[in-house]
Design a protein around this ligand. Structure first.
Ligand code: ADP
Ligand code: ZN
Length: 713
């Protein structure tokens, strides 16, 4: 077998992603490699396919014990012989695994690093044929990385003990120093480093103004029913409050943070993985040890402290490659909170400076007026050729205008109120609102009272935030968030400096623009598609529960979505769905096909047009019932040639159909003779032959005979 066949037959995919094929070739030729790919980029097949192509056993070293079971289950459900060894197994279970390895019954063995060097395992492996070592999460080997694990240090021994066995190290996060360190320790030549793009184009990016966050979340959740997602909050209290709010709104949700007892934490995680909880509200602690591929959205309730964390957290969405959404709430207050946390920490001054600098990059991202993905990728030293088209700035570019007058109004409002007012009051003054507090302070007497009536409250809030964010004014957090003027403010007030602002776009307009591609009213086809998707999703859940595995291991969302779109109803068609390899076909194919058939039939009675696939299938069912071609044609009001066409197509798709059953030997021979007489080739038009027989043999029969001849060639 070659690598493409393995990809298709075991994993059900038609083509490699960028670099996968090169890496596989490189490794199977016996070379060492370091692979850098983002989460969800497709690292696993880079060692799993070589494992299958090689004779012998591949050892996969991974620190994520909690994930091993799922990873092995994922391989097994693709028909690949795999097992794992870690401290969660009993002695007996471990012995059984080792025995299977010795007997050559395994292609891949996952193992925790501390296990590898315990007992006489290394000695035992020397007796076996080890074809490849794969070191997953290989940044753990470097004390420069963010996740150093001392037990990874020992992996340097591997190359001494197995000098001729190739080794492949993989990671999703490694800066230059860490990369160098991995290569040095595992004896991988640095030039054997494969770095794929860190772009995740299926993940949409958006920044939302941080006002009325809970309302915005609730509105958003209405647009993503049943879709799993994570909301990241800064504080433990925050997670609990948000989760309570969602529960109150009837959304299946729970919170997760380091203060929750371990057993409850793992229960919450388990329920999320199994699609029993839709939303997890968590501190950053959540997400490290999960491989759930169908997380459809991520919301940052608060601003993350740096771009690395942010990118890692949003990277947990859409690992299956299907569309996923991410949203970040941002207001200037978030920066201040973060900055305070840095200043109040016990870190050395130097460290604080670094953290502030990183926070500043995060701020630039949140306030960007250019494609946000460009900013993210440039942070990771990657340049994009064009704007992404999948971020809020791209979808909805804000035009800039001369906002000097607006700025002057706001700043003079602040000056006139003796720099004692915060956002709400300043806007009320500008808009001339007569609320009690304002009247009590006598602000209605100010010359600036009512000068900004022409703008709505939200517009003022947006423009004032922009002024703050661009340093045109300051804010005194310790004095009730009162606005303060600085030297730039005075330049603006004196007319010495122009101010550019980005045009205000209301939340409603923003939403409309974001939803632009989704027509307001769903088409009939789309409704059907979504209904079927939901039915298949429930079937997947049932199957998964009965097998005790997470639903995404049965089929991922992208396979399910393709099934809902294309409605495969024969094994041949089902096999063409991305992610359906032979083993998954064998395990789940018929159950899913039956469900799809049932659905399409039920809907055809409701007047929904039959899909092309179904019409074939009706023919097939009648044929299997023993009806002749003519009978089928009469009953279905179709021509016999059409019926033959159906059967030939189904046969080509893998249905067990004997075309010869459709024609008697005598007629077949007559047709063959007739063809010779008029010198007709199988691909020539049928009419001359039909005429030759003066209509005594119908087109259906001729078509069958030609198909049978085509087969015997
Ligand atoms: P990583 O380990 O890099 O986070 P995975 O190896 O888990 O990513 O792959 C992420 C997802 O992409 C998995 O669902 C995997 O099956 C899928 N995938 C990998 N390679 C391909 C491919 N060539 N075509 C389609 N899907 C792929
Ligand atoms: Zn963009």
């Amino acid at each position: 077998m070659n690598k493409s066949t393995v990809l298709k037959e075991y994993f059900g995919y038609d083509s490699f992603r960028p670099l996968q094929a090169e890496i596989i070739d490189h490794v199977t030729s016996g070379n060492n490699a370091l692979v850098l790919m983002p989460t969800g980029g497709g690292k696993s097949v880079c060692f799993q396919i070589p494992a299958l192509l090689f004779d012998g056993l591949t050892i996969v070293i991974s620190p994520l014990i909690a994930l091993m079971k799922d990873q092995v289950e994922a391989l097994r459900s693709n028909g690949i012989k795999a097992s794992y060894l870690n401290s969660s197994l009993s002695m007996q279970e471990q012995d059984a695994v080792l025995w299977a390895a010795k007997m050559g019954e395994l292609k891949l063995l996952y193992i925790a690093p501390e296990k590898l060097f315990s007992g006489n395992l290394m000695a035992m492996f020397k007796e076996l044929k080890i074809s490849l070592f794969a070191v997953d999460e290989s940044h753990c080997i470097s004390s420069w990385g963010h996740d150093f694990r001392p037990e990874y240090r020992q992996l340097a021994i591997i190359k001494d003990e197995f000098p001729n066995t190739p080794i492949i190290a993989l990671t999703a996060t490694a800066d230059k120093v860490t990369r160098k360190d991995i290569c040095r320790q595992l004896h991988i030549p640095e030039e054997n480093t494969f770095i794929s793009s860190f772009d995740r184009p299926n993940i949409s990016l958006a920044v939302l103004p941080g006002r009325k966050r809970m309302n915005q979340i609730q509105d958003f959740l209405k647009t993503v029913p049943n879709q799993a997602g994570i909301i990241y909050c800064l504080s433990r209290k925050g997670t609990e409050a948000v989760a309570a709010n969602l529960l109150g709104a009837g959304i299946k949700s729970d919170f997760y943070h380091a203060g929750v007892p371990a057993d409850k934490r793992s229960r919450v995680q388990e329920r999320f993985i199994k699609d029993d909880i839709q939303v997890i509200v968590a501190t950053v602690a959540f997400g490290m040890g999960i491989d759930k591929s169908n997380i459809r959205w991520i919301i940052h309730y608060n601003l993350p402290s740096n771009v690395e964390s942010f990118y890692q957290e949003i990277g947990r969405a859409g690992r299956d490659g299907t569309k996923a959404q991410t949203k970040l709430f941002y207001s200037y207050g978030d920066i201040i909170t973060r900055s305070r946390m840095i200043q109040d920490s016990n870190s050395p001054e130097e460290q604080k400076e670094l953290m502030e600098a990183k926070l500043e990059r995060m701020r630039q991202y949140a306030e960007a007026n250019i494609c946000r993905r460009r900013i993210l990728l440039s942070y990771f030293n990657e340049e994009m050729q064009q704007d992404c088209g999948n971020c809020d700035v791209c979808k909805n570019p804000r035009s800039r205008f001369d906002g000097t007058v607006i700025a002057q109004k706001a700043l003079s409002g602040i000056a006139r109120a003796n720099q004692q007012v915060a956002m709400g009051m300043l806007i009320d003054i500008l808009r001339g609102s007569r609320n009690q507090n304002l009247l009590r302070a006598g602000y209605e007497e100010l010359p600036t009272f009512g000068v900004g009536k022409d703008l709505k409250f939200e517009e003022w809030a947006d423009y004032i935030s922009q002024l703050l964010n661009s340093g045109m004014m300051d804010i005194a957090y310790d004095e009730g968030h009162a606005f303060r003027l600085n030297s730039v403010s005075w330049q603006v007030l004196k007319g010495e400096r122009k101010v550019e602002l980005s045009e205000f776009i209301s939340a409603k307009e923003r939403k409309a623009l974001e939803d632009e591609k989704v027509p307001a009213r769903k088409s009939k086809t789309e409704i059907i598609r979504n209904e079927l998707f939901e039915i298949l999703r429930q079937l997947r859940k049932q199957l998964a529960d009965s097998l005790g595995i997470p639903p995404y291991l049965v089929f991922n969302d992208s396979s399910l979505s393709e099934m809902a779109d294309r409605k495969p109803i024969s094994p041949g068609q089902f096999m063409t769905i991305s992610g359906v390899g032979q083993e998954k076909m064998r395990r789940y194919g018929n159950v899913f096909i039956e469900e799809i058939l049932k659905y399409v039939k039920a809907n055809s009675e409701k007047g929904v047009r039959l899909t092309k696939g179904l019409t074939y299938h009706v023919t097939l069912e009648m044929f299997k019932d023993g009806q002749s071609m003519e009978e089928i044609a009469t009953e279905r009001k179709l021509s016999p040639t059409t019926i033959v066409g159906h059967l030939v197509k189904l046969k080509n798709e893998g249905e067990d159909i004997n075309l010869k059953d459709l024609i008697d030997d005598f007629t077949y021979d007559e047709i063959a003779k007739g063809m010779k007489a008029i010198k007709m080739q199988p691909n020539d038009p049928m009419k001359p032959l039909f005429d030759y027989f003066n209509g005594s043999i119908d087109y259906g029969k001729i078509r069958v005979a030609l198909a049978v001849m085509g087969e015997s060639n």
